[in-house]
Write a protein that binds this ligand. Sequence first.
Ligand code: TYM
Length: 332
Amino acid sequence: MKRIVSGIKPTGSLTLGNYLGAIKQFVKLQQKMEDCEFFLFVADMHAITVRQNPAELRKRILDIAAMYIACGLDKEKTVLYLQSEIPQNVELGYILQSNVYMGELERMTQFKDKIAKQETSITSSLFTYPALMAADIILYDADYVPVGDDQKQHLELTRTIANRFNNYYGDFFTVPEPLIPEVGARIMDLQDPEKKMSKSDTANPKGFITLFDDSATIRRKINSAMTDSIGVIKFDPENQKGLANLLTIFASITDRDVLDIVNEYKDSNYKVFKEDLGNAIVEVLEPIQEKHKNLIKSQELQDILNKGRDIASDYAFKKMRKCKRKVGLGRK
Ligand code: TYM
């Protein structure tokens, strides 16, 4: 049986980008690949690479856990857990730090972006983050890792680290394949379509839709999304970046072809198009929010997380015991 592993970091509220680039893909894969096992987690250890308010962090961790299920993942087929509840993740992360070079970490775009913004309080864990991410994946021998486009580079480094380990110590870790969706892998900011829609970006809330936004807010944000003065509905990411992003969102959220949507609206105008897009998003998010509300305080969610922790823990414990032996740590 093949195993699919992926995670989401609880920094900021989940956005439409997280839904279309990641969670919706997990749900689709689960429906399509029946003989696959799904290990999905909340990457809470990753969140503390930047300063977090403890009470808010704890709330967001549960929010994400509930969202996985509310978005349609099958609780019977999903091993859902919190990264911090499996200590072997961090233990392997350290071993992998010892198998990755400073130069490789320095080349990570996400890290370089932070440096470029001249952020002064960059922690050492933010720098070594990709080693922990690699551990999250290879500890469970993931065959596939569904992610959005921005995680591609981290996945490539994960493969490099796994291969390096296997070459030196002998075949041990499965080398994972990334799964990046064809549509929706990079949803852009609604106000600045040059940059990725991001949950950590608190500067301009009009730029992103969160999965918790109410219907009126969603419609308002779509109506005020940046477009252009060309005024013609066509898919032209070069010259009509904002519109291309909205078309991508429309296609991805309705599972339709971009060109099919262009065809429908080619004689229409931005106002009508945006109204319909707003409605399409609301139609998908409203039932998700309702399910989330019921789940968040339920014992059911706690039971799912307990079960997930136990299954993931069992795998991680055995794998790590073997891994330490391979590396030569301990007494025997
Ligand atoms: P994170 O929490 O930033 O994002 C979670 C998932 O959402 C995708 N995503 C997007 N997709 C399309 N458009 C966007 N604007 C957009 N923004 C985010 C991301 O690509 C990701 O798939 N390092 C990871 C979390 C992580 C992880 C892992 C993922 C930790 N360990 C192991 C996979 C496997 C992160 O920060 O994702």
